[in-house]
Design a binder for this molecule. Structure first.
Ligand SMILES: [Zn+2]
Length: 407
């Protein structure tokens, strides 16, 4: 059983301990100690980081886990392997732990306000490097007004500078049990740690917390969204991590604004302006494209081959199929009695003006019969993939047309 000093004093940053067991697996080393100040992962709070030093070795602690026996896993930075029975010095990465304490305590307050205002319980909690998340069973639709009201109340608690107390019970007193924000799970075995902030929150918890709410600094909600039918996910951040995250968002904001033609805030108006400009340009491009199609069509129809009463235009193009089809539809619409045999890279499109009495689908079938390939369509428009050079496809299609028209 490893003595857990992070409970008796969560502000302890350095202690000595005795090695009980050493395990080595590849480049990983694992130490079991008689006591520790490293918090093992659990309850949404990540494990502590830091160093374990001894006479002739240094180990960087990357993961800490376990309940009764707490194991410290990491990499040996220098020196020999430690041996059971020898004394080591434990050095906590205090910045990492202290921010975890602030963010963890901030979560208690945020969850308590959700419970108080909306009777919305918290079902999940996780601390990450740059933010935290909780799952809240808020009934109905959440909106920013509601979120900001919860955030405002939570920060009031932070700035009041209330004490955060931890009491440990072998058996939970009956009058305390019904005051808990969260029902005590049967899985929790004594001693039971109850964390309370006077007038705000009483909850059983096995994490590490700050001693006064003022240390949290600020609670900032970053985002929220529906996670399932019943649950909403709230992303938030506290302490120095809040400042860091808000600075990242600000940097993103200013550099985005700096990239705008008009650099005057607010960004949202500049984005709206740009979107309007893009819509205008898209309209202009569309207009110009139709203009181009018209003139290209005029040039093509001039060189059309007469077949019976109809004009047949052959065209080899590098357009993608979507553009080619749009052109084909426009061309046959503008030119009465015209047919277009268009061959591109990997596709053919046959299109006819509605006055023409030859089926494009049948024409494509004939071509495929001769050259191989696949495709289909309607009497007016057929498209497919034919296994031949574009020029050959067009020649075969013209022959098939002549046959169909009895020429
Ligand atoms: Zn807690």
């Amino acid at each position: 059983m490893t003595e857990r000093l992070f409970y008796s004093n969560p502000y302890l940053r350095e202690i000595d301990a005795t090695v009980e067991s050493v395990e080595v697996e590849g480049s990983k080393i694992r130490l079991l100690l008689d006591r520790t100040l490293f918090y093992p992962e659990g309850g949404g709070q990540p494990s502590d980081r830091g160093m374990i030093e001894g006479d002739g070795f240094r180990i960087r602690v990357e993961r800490v886990y376990g309940k009764d026996e707490i194991w410290h896993e990491g990499k040996k930075l220098e020196g020999r392997l430690p041996e059971p029975g020898e004394s080591v010095r434990l050095l906590l990465n205090w910045e990492w732990r202290y921010e975890n304490m602030k963010n963890h305590t901030g979560q208690h307050i945020l969850s308590a306000v959700f419970k108080e205002l909306y009777n919305a319980g918290t079902t999940g909690f996780q601390i990450f490097e740059s933010y935290n998340k909780i799952e809240v069973d808020y009934p109905g639709e959440l909106d920013w007004d509601t979120i900001l009201e919860v955030e405002r109340r939570a920060n009031e608690v932070v700035w009041k500078g209330l004490p955060v107390r931890v009491n440990v019970y072998e058996e939970l007193p009956a009058d305390l049990r019904h005051k808990l924000r969260k029902e005590l799970s049967d899985k929790v075995k004594p001693p039971i740690r109850v964390v309370s902030i006077p007038g705000v929150d009483i909850t059983p918890c096995g994490g590490t917390h700050v001693g006064n709410t003022r240390e949290i600094g600020i609670i900032k909600v970053l985002n929220f969204y529906r996670k399932s039918r019943k649950l909403w996910r709230i992303e938030f951040v506290c302490g120095n991590r809040a400042l860091k995250r808000l600075n990242e968002i600000l940097e993103d904001y200013w550099s985005a604004l700096d990239g705008m033609p008009n650099k005057n805030p607010p960004l949202v108006e500049r984005v709206r302006e740009l979107r309007g400009e893009i819509e205008g340009l898209e309209g202009e491009i569309d207009h110009l494209r139709r203009e181009l199609w018209h003139w290209k069509g005029c040039a093509l129809i001039d060189k059309a081959e007469e077949m019976g009463d109809y004009n047949v235009v052959a065209l080899v193009e590098k357009w993608d199929m979507k553009d080619a089809q749009a052109f084909a539809i426009n061309f046959v619409k503008e030119n009465p009695g015209a047919m277009l045999l268009l061959a591109g890279e990997g596709y053919v499109i046959f299109a006819r003006n509605e006055e023409v009495d030859v089926s494009m689908r049948e024409l494509l079938k004939e071509v495929i019969k001769e050259l191989g390939g696949k495709g289909g369509g309607t009497d007016n428009l057929a498209r497919g993939k034919v296994e031949a050079e574009p020029e050959d496809v067009i020649e075969v299609a013209k022959d098939a047309l002549r046959r169909a028209m009895g020429i």
